[in-house]
Design a protein around this ligand. Structure first.
Ligand code: NAI
Ligand code: MG
Length: 353
């Protein structure tokens, strides 16, 4: 009996529905070639469902997902439904409920992609952003007072726990041990005087556990400048929920299209399913036209297989993506071509060999 994985597919909204099917067929082909199979179950959880039922997912949604080995998500969000509804109604409950406290996003300049930075060659930019995904600045603690009056006020509390901070930093250092042995921390301990000095203290303490790894830190403002001017400096960059969110969009932007950037929401202990999704959103401006770049979704599928232990299948998908981009194959408009989503998906399928 070959191994079979149960995967929950949530295409979501907009181009999520166009790129998830491409990811699914590439994953299936890789599975066939590497001797395992995938049992999919698709869920229509989305803003469209919210408009119909008032809920992004059903009440027992988390219990349903808990039975799967992994979750493969497209994107959620659509005009007409406020973004905080789609985020707090689906993505954040899954990330927190399943303790997916690592948001992992590779940033790699691939051959055949024009970086918006001058004179950058493939190989020069190759790092990971490790974003804390469960606490920090994205907290529900706070409130509004005196609404509608001159005294109106809003307060929002950031939350940094030792457990939450240490575990994301250990993950970053362990990842660096398998790579170039260098971790950079995003901080702002000059301006934010309680949580960020704590973050720095914990970074220094965890760095001591990994004496072979070079550890440095930058304030977030200059760090964004270094991402643009010196992206070759970085190996693993660790940041809080907010700083990591910003850096993990900036990273993909300096290596080309947001359409190719993959991501994983990971529960490293594997007590709960992890969730893999591209960095981009539902792109309402191009949705329905069949021109979205499916590579971010397909690459996220490779990250999912890698997490499930199917390292060879994952590497084969990454090689197929690299081969298609480096060659003369079809390109979607964001990469300067005029091919459609399905053409690019098919080319990657063919390149799997
Ligand atoms: P977005 O990533 O959807 O789009 C930004 C720009 O990049 C657009 O011009 C879009 O056409 C382009 N783009 C994105 N993905 C592409 C692809 N695969 N191929 C070619 N071009 C691509 O971000 P935006 O516009 O800020 O958000 C749109 C909606 O998506 C919002 O409702 C937002 O809340 C949601 N969103 C959802 C995310 C998720 O589900 N994880 C992440 C980010 C945004
Ligand atoms: Mg973001």
């Amino acid at each position: 009996m070959s191994k079979s994985y149960k995967i929950a597919a949530i295409p979501g909204d907009g181009i999520g529905r166009e790129v998830v099917p491409e990811g699914m067929r590439v994953i299936e082909a890789a599975a066939r070639r590497h001797g395992f199979s995938v049992a999919w179950q698709e869920f229509d959880w989305s803003c469209e469902r919210y408009a119909r039922t008032g809920r992004m997912m059903p009440d027992d949604g988390m219990a349903t997902l808990a039975k799967f080995d992994s979750i493969y998500l497209g994107a959620v969000g659509y005009p007409g439904v406020p973004d905080h509804v789609s985020l707090w109604g689906l993505l954040i409950p899954i990330r927190r409920g399943f303790r997916q406290y690592i948001n992992l996003r590779p940033v790699r300049l691939l051959a055949g992609i024009d970086s918006p930075l001058k004179n950058r060659k493939p190989g020069e930019i190759d790092f990971y952003v490790v974003r804390e995904n469960n606490e920090g600045e994205y907290s529900e603690i706070g409130g509004r007072l005196y609404k509608g009056t001159e005294l109106e006020m809003a307060m929002q509390q950031a939350v940094f726990t030792k457990t939450g901070t240490d575990r994301v930093m250990r993950y970053a250092f362990a990842l660096a041990m398998k790579r170039k042995k260098h971790v950079s921390s995003a901080t702002k301990s000059n301006g934010i005087i309680h949580s960020m000095p704590f973050w720095d203290e914990r970074f220094a303490a965890i760095a001591k556990e990994y004496p072979d790894v070079k550890a440095d830190q930058y304030h977030i403002d200059i760090l964004t400048a270094h991402f643009v001017r010196h992206p070759d400096w970085f190996d693993v960059v660790v940041g809080s929920n907010l700083f990591g969110d910003i850096l993990s969009d900036l990273g993909p932007a300096v290596v080309g299209s947001i359409g190719i950037a993959p991501g994983g929401n990971i529960n490293p202990e594997r007590e709960c399913p992890s969730m893999f999704e591209p960095v981009h959103g539902s792109a309402p401006d191009i949705a329905g036209k069949g021109v979205a770049n499916p590579i971010g979704q397909i690459w996220s599928g490779a990250m999912m297989l890698d997490h499930l232990g199917e390292h060879e299948a994952a590497a084969a998908i990454e090689r197929a993506i690299e081969r298609v981009l480096a060659g003369a194959g079809p390109r979607t408009p964001d990469l300067g071509g005029n091919a459609g989503t399905k053409d690019l998906g098919q080319a990657i399928l063919d390149a799997l060999g």
